[in-house]
Design a protein around this ligand. Structure first.
Ligand code: URA
Length: 291
């Protein structure tokens, strides 16, 4: 076997980092471009509120060979409870959200809610776009400048890329998609939302998912995936792995974390992995008889 010179190895490592490969997750290389057999969503044991049901027990029909993709999530590190400056605001948001019995009521409650400081600097509340009740619900991070201006999620360049990607599997926000974010107001300068802002909005977002009842949930990007899956694990490890998110009403939804379209704009080489994720969503919907 040909051996690489030290400088070549260093150049290769730099190239990996530029492509976003910044952590080692195994001793042996894995061909992630080879499509795996469809992985069934495992039945998850109930977990405390705010936690995701990580795949613990296989669904009765789950062939063992298909399990590793989701089973690997069993060992995800959970997030330690963050001391929040105002736990009362999170409790208020949760109570308000639980009292809503439709997506319209939830939207009205969020628009009237004054407990998240981000609302004071934002132009608009950015609630959702697409069809409430559509088979696929996409949850991103937070509105950017374009979304804040227009009051709709994912309408800027990254949203346009997302639209083109779903279009490639024959899905559109006019018919098949329901799109939202974990945060409803633009953080100033697009900074990452604080744990308190995330916890407040997440109370609404979890109820949003319950009320919209998607067949499949897609988490766009690390912030959304970490928040909904309640983990410290990064998107590099999470993406492409199905898990069953358990909601507070006891229902579960098959969930797939994937790269954020803004990351794909910066790192086009990763589009191949996102394409695999989209095909997995398509396949899952077909298994569920939705397509
Ligand atoms: N990025 C997001 O995560 N959400 C949007 O709505 C826009 C950009």
């Amino acid at each position: 076997m040909q051996t690489l010179a030290r400088e070549d190895l260093a150049a290769l490592l730099r190239w990996y980092v530029e492509q976003g490969l910044d952590e080692t997750i195994g001793e042996e290389p894995v061909d992630r471009f080879a499509l795996p057999p469809p992985a069934p969503v495992a039945v998850a044991a109930p977990l405390p509120q705010g936690a995701v049901a990580r795949v613990a027990a296989a669904a009765s029909a789950a062939p063992p060979a298909a399990m590793p993709r989701s089973a690997s999530l069993t060992s995800l590190p959970t997030r330690a409870p963050v001391p929040l400056e105002s736990p009362q605001l999170v409790a208020d948001a949760r109570t308000l959200a639980q009292n809503c019995s439709s997506v319209d009521e939830l939207e009205a409650a969020i628009r009237a809610f004054e407990g998240c400081a981000l609302k004071r600097t934002a132009k608009n509340t950015v609630f959702a776009d697409g069809v409430a009740g559509a088979p696929v619900m996409v949850v991103g991070e937070a509105p950017g400048a374009d979304e804040d201006r227009l009051g709709k999620p994912f309408v800027g360049v990254s949203g346009q890329l997302m639209d083109r990607m779903f279009d490639a599997i024959g899905m559109s926000r006019q018919r098949d998609l329901y799109i939202t974010n974990i945060i409803f107001w633009r953080p100033p300068g697009n900074r990452t939302p604080t744990p308190a802002e995330q916890a407040i909005c997440l109370a609404f977002t979890r109820r949003h998912i319950e009320l919209a009842r998607p067949k499949v949930l897609v988490l766009a990007g690390g912030t959304s995936a970490k928040a909904i899956l309640d983990t410290t694990e990064g998107i590099m490890r999470l993406r492409g792995k199905w898990t069953a998110v358990q909601l507070d009403d006891g229902s579960t939804v098959p969930t797939l974390p994937t790269f954020h379209p803004a990351y794909l704009l910066r790192t086009p080489a990763s589009k191949r992995q996102s394409w695999i994720d989209l095909l997995a969503v398509d396949m899952r919907l077909r298994e569920l008889g939705v397509r």
